[in-house]
Design a protein around this ligand. Structure first.
Ligand SMILES: Nc1ncnc2c1ncn2[C@@H]1O[C@H](COP(=O)(O)OP(=O)(O)OP(=O)(O)O)[C@@H](O)[C@H]1O
Length: 254
């Protein structure tokens, strides 16, 4: 498969903070509707990498190609409109709004510009439908009228996912979606993400290796800001270099 078959790819993507090289010439390709996890020890540069993909950080060098067009340095709102959705932490959720209202606000943020020539009632309907679909897809269809603040922790994380889905992305970028979850909540989220991986290109940063192995088809391993290895799950799992650097005895410690 040639490079052009990637829906999203980075080429020599680099980010320097002062004297610290957080990402050094990282080249990774993401295929459409594939679940691709970016893993590595603390401080490896994973969050920096996804922030560069989503426009939350500006690269110091290199390219981010979305369907072949370089979007490196585009602001986050523009990247979102181009179809790369990013989940935020739950601080973005309004606790005194219902799940539906929160999700509708997210849908509105995406549709506001494109719908401005439509009558308000029409745009309201489209936005509401979008919000309803997103809640269903995130497993919260039955909780639409529940106040966000009354949800369990795991459900609030599902609501964050619903809010991203409401922006109609093609690519979902999820930074540690299982963080802080108990066993049961994690299992539910893994099931949800496996389902979403059928319809979306999923880019996942996650420390929970059981979840990563259950969801991802492709793994990229970062160490010290560089890409150590990228490839099919089993190939990367079996790699000696990856075992030594990350997945060996010490993996649990991360
Ligand atoms: N805004 C920033 N300013 C300065 N240094 C930063 C900034 N963001 C990240 N860094 C540094 O860049 C390096 C990579 O950090 P990053 O958060 O990308 O790693 P990570 O792999 O996501 O780690 P973790 O798994 O702990 O979240 C670290 O040394 C971190 O301290």
């Amino acid at each position: 498969m040639s490079q052009s078959d990637f829906i999203l790819e980075t080429r020599a993507l680099t980010k320097v903070f002062g004297g610290l090289v957080a990402n050094s010439e990282v080249t990774i390709g993401f295929r459409e509707r594939q679940a691709h996890a970016v893993i590595g020890p603390n401080g490896a540069g994973k969050s920096t990498f996804v922030n560069l993909l989503t426009g939350h950080l500006t690269p110091s060098g290199g390219q981010v190609l979305l369907k072949g067009a370089n979007i490196a340095g585009f602001p986050a709102h523009k990247v979102s409109r181009l179809g790369i959705g990013r989940s935020y932490q739950k601080t973005n959720v309004f606790p005194s709004f219902t799940c539906f209202e929160n999700t509708r606000l997210a849908a509105q943020s995406r549709l506001a510009t494109s719908m401005r020539f439509f009558r308000p009632a029409c745009s309201y309907k489209a936005v509401s439908e979008q919000a309803g679909c997103a809640l269903e897809a995130a497993g919260l269809g039955s909780k639409a009228s529940r106040m966000a603040g009354a949800l369990s922790y795991g459900e609030q994380r599902q609501l964050e996912i619903a809010m991203v889905l409401a922006t109609a992305p093609e690519i979902l970028v999820l930074d540690e979606p299982l963080a802080g979850m108990g066993k049961e909540e994690s299992e539910k989220m893994v099931g949800l993400l496996k389902g979403l991986a059928r319809d979306y290109t999923l880019i996942l940063v996650e420390h929970d290796m059981d979840a990563v192995f259950a969801i991802a088809e492709v793994l990229s391993v970062m160490v010290n800001g560089t890409l150590l290895e990228s490839g099919p799950l089993e190939q990367v799992r079996a790699s000696r270099a990856v075992q030594d650097a990350y997945l060996g005895d010490g993996a649990e410690a991360y």
